[in-house]
Structures are given as structure tokens and as C-alpha cells.
Design a binder for this molecule. Structure first.
Ligand code: 3PG
Ligand code: MG
Length: 378
């Protein structure tokens, strides 16, 4: 069922609580190393501000213990980055729905932006059903927006209990533009793909991706397997849609200057480990991808961070870019594959790079999200 979006509601003079996923990577000094998740939330924030609304944002960052403030997990660096990207001041509240956020939310002028401190500093966030905590957050605003795609597979309070309470109080609860776009890309690819539909699945362990692979085998024309999981994949699981590597680039050490060789798949010599798909596999996968009309890619083909073991991932990225240029819809699942595509310079040459790791995997598994299902229908 299609959901009402932030474009369908009147926000003029209203305070709008937006759950975003600002769980961004940081270096040791706390500097944000990739601000994509913040940038991707800007259309929703701008829409509310242009409509004359006031914005109260909330997010988690990392996995703090739920026992109060921890400097390391503070959203302060995110507030600074957001202010820079928006070109207007962003106030940071010290709590999530407590007295400081209540005072600061009440003091917001039209066009004002308030960011609440990390929701996971509160025990009630993970617990999900702490009535006092939920009431404090839900009372801050007139409207709820879920634009936290990367967190949609969670039912923590800010994702589920808060919108439920706001709905019960007669307040609108809708999706933001990022959640709308992510779900449209991933759901449409799965439910009504242009064919051939090719999935590329990499990563470390088969066990992490087995549900995805099973679901994709039911809807795809080809499922190409790469990454470390390929070395342990049992052929018996196959069927003719499943395509496994025929050769492997392996090395006797986890380093660029190790002794390397390309071997037939399954014949990695003692003392060596597979670090990438081999050139024959890369060429075969590329040919299949170039013929596709829909591509979904989750997980790199090898150790893309370390040359020359980035070659397989690069070849696949190149083929995905070619398919895109030829009119295919191409979707990169979040996490490692998004990082690989970004690092190799291909993020502008594909249709969509998801901001969700676990969330995009669950969509590829065919699951739906309680955090979205409960929002207002269009
Ligand atoms: C993520 O990066 O996976 C999301 O922000 C969700 O975070 P979580 O896995 O800690 O719930
Ligand atoms: Mg996660």
C-alpha cells in the first residue's frame, strides 16, 4: 500500500518530528568521513522548511549502552555538518524528549532546525515500549516523518512507538522522500523488474546472505556470486540461475605485495587464500551484467580496498555503469557495496545507491517494515 509522504501534508506553522538515519562513519577524531546519509535527508528537511514548518530531527549514532550521554556517540559533529549543508543554524538538544528538547522545540522560530541528542542514550529507545520516554518524544511535534531508511528494519521507540503514539493522538505520520525513494527502487525491482534481472551478491559469509540469495533466485534471471562466500558455496545449492566463479585470484598473505596466483575455483593451494574473483569470472560476470535491464548488487567481489584485489569489483562496477548507460535500472545495496562503488568512483553512474545496509538486505529478502507499515496510507 502506498504511503502518504511529506509532500502530501500541510506543514505551515507546524512542528515536524523527522526520524533520520544520521548513523554516519567517523574517524578517530570524530570527523565525519562520509556524509551521504545526511545529504540524502536534505530534500525532506528543505521541503518542510520551504513549507513554513519547524524541524525537529532525531537519530541514533552507533550503539551506545543506553545509560546516558557518551561523548563518543554524541550527534554534535552531525549538527555542525548539517548546519554547513543546510546553510542555516542547527540547535542541538541535550536530551531526547526531556526538558531541554521541550524548551528548545517550543522556542523554535519558523524555519528553525533542532537536532535531538542520540536517541540510543535512552534505555527506552531499544526497549521500545517505555511509555514515559515515548510520550516525551511524541509530545514535541504535530507531525511525524520517517526518513530513516537505514533504520527501517528496527522497531525501536523512535521508529515505531513514537509514531504509533502520535497517530493515536490524531497526528499525521508519513514517510519522507528518502524512504519513499529507497522503497520504490528496491520494491519495484523485486516485484516488477525489467528482464533480464541480474543480482550480484558478494560478501564474507553465505549465512549472512542465504535468505537474500533464496529470495532472489525466485525472481531473478541470474544470481552472480562473488566475495569470500564464493569459496565455501556448495554447488548443490545451485540450479541454473546461480552463477559461481570459475577462477580465483589468491595470495599467500593478506597484502598487496604477497605472492599471488590465479587458480581454478575450488583449487586454492595450501597457504593461500582467495582475495578476489579471477579475470575469467570477471569477464563472464561483466558480459551477463551488460545484457541486463535490472541489476541489484549487494557485496563486493573481493578485497576492493586493496589493489590488485579490487579488479573483480571494478570490472563488475564498470559493467553495471555500462548497463545503466544503456538504460538498465541499477541499484547498489548499502554497506560495503555502496562504499566500494563510492571509492571506485561509480556512484554517479548507477541508478541508485541505497543508504541502508541491513535495511536494504531485508528488502531483498522480501520482508516489509513494521516501522513503515504503521504510517498513514496515501
Ligand atoms: C545501520 O547503519 O545499519 C543503521 O544505521 C542501523 O544501525 P544498527 O544496525 O545499529 O541498528
Ligand atoms: Mg546495521
Amino acid at each position: 500500500m502506498a504511503k502518504k509522504t511529506v509532500a502530501d501534508i500541510d506543514v505551515s506553522g507546524k512542528t515536524v518530528l523527522v526520524r533520520v538515519d544520521f548513523n554516519v562513519p567517523q574517524d578517530d577524531a570524530g570527523a565525519i568521513t562520509d556524509d551521504r546519509r545526511i545529504r540524502m535527508a536534505l530534500p525532506t528537511i528543505s521541503k518542510i522548511l520551504e513549507g513554513g514548518g519547524k524541524v525537529v530531527l532525531m537519530s541514533h549514532l552507533g550503539r551506545p549502552g543506553g545509560t546516558g550521554f557518551e561523548e563518543k556517540f554524541s550527534l554534535a559533529p552531525v549538527a555542525t555538518k548539517l548546519a554547513e549543508l543546510l546553510g542555516r543554524p542547527v540547535t542541538l538538544a541535550e536530551d531526547t524528549g526531556g526538558s531541554d528538547s521541550q524548551a528548545k522545540a517550543a522556542a523554535l522560530a519558523d524555519g528553525g532546525v533542532l537536532l535531538l541528542e542520540n536517541v540510543r542514550f535512552n534505555k527506552g529507545e531499544k526497549k521500545g515500549d517505555d511509555a514515559d520516554y515515548i510520550a516525551g518524544v511524541a509530545g514535541l511535534a504535530d507531525i511525524y516523518v520517517n526518513d530513516a531508511f537505514g533504520t527501517c528494519h528496527r522497531t525501536e521507540a523512535s521508529m515505531y512507538g513514537v509514531p504509533k503514539a502520535m497517530k493515536a493522538a490524531g497526528k499525521p505520520a508519513v514517510v519522507g522522500f528518502l524512504v519513499e525513494k529507497e522503497i520504490r527502487y528496491l520494491a519495484d525491482a523485486i516485484s516488477s523488474p525489467q528482464r533480464p534481472f541480474v543480482a550480484i551478491i558478494g560478501g564474507k559469509k553465505v549465512s549472512d546472505k542465504i535468505l537474500v540469495i533464496n529470495n532472489l533466485l525466485a525472481v531473478c534471471d541470474h544470481v552472480l556470486i562473488g566475495g569470500a562466500m564464493a569459496y565455501t558455496f556448495s554447488l548443490a545449492k545451485g540450479g541454473d540461475k546461480l552463477v559461481l566463479p570459475s577462477d580465483t585470484h589468491c595470495a599467500d598473505d593478506f597484502s598487496s605485495d604477497a605472492n599471488k596466483q590465479v587458480v581454478t575455483a575450488g583449487e586454492i593451494p595450501d597457504g593461500f587464500e582467495g582475495l578476489d574473483i579471477g579475470p575469467e569470472t570477471a569477464a563472464r560476470y561483466s558480459e551477463i551484467i551488460r545484457g541486463a535491464k535490472t541489476v541489484v548488487w549487494n557485496g563486493p567481489m573481493g578485497v576492493f580496498e586493496m589493489s590488485p584485489f579490487d579488479a573483480g569489483t571494478k570490472a563488475v562496477a564498470d559493467a553495471v555503469a555500462d548497463a545503466t548507460a544503456a538504460g538498465a535500472v541499477t541499484i547498489i545495496g548499502g554497506g560495503d557495496s555502496a562504499a566500494a562503488v563510492e571509492q571506485l568512483g561509480y556512484s554517479d553512474k548507477v541508478s541508485h545507491v541505497s543508504t541502508g545496509g541491513g535495511a536494504s538486505l531485508e528488502m531483498l529478502e522480501g520482508k516489509s517494515f513494521d516501522s513503515v507499515d504503521l504510517l498513514d496510507d496515501a
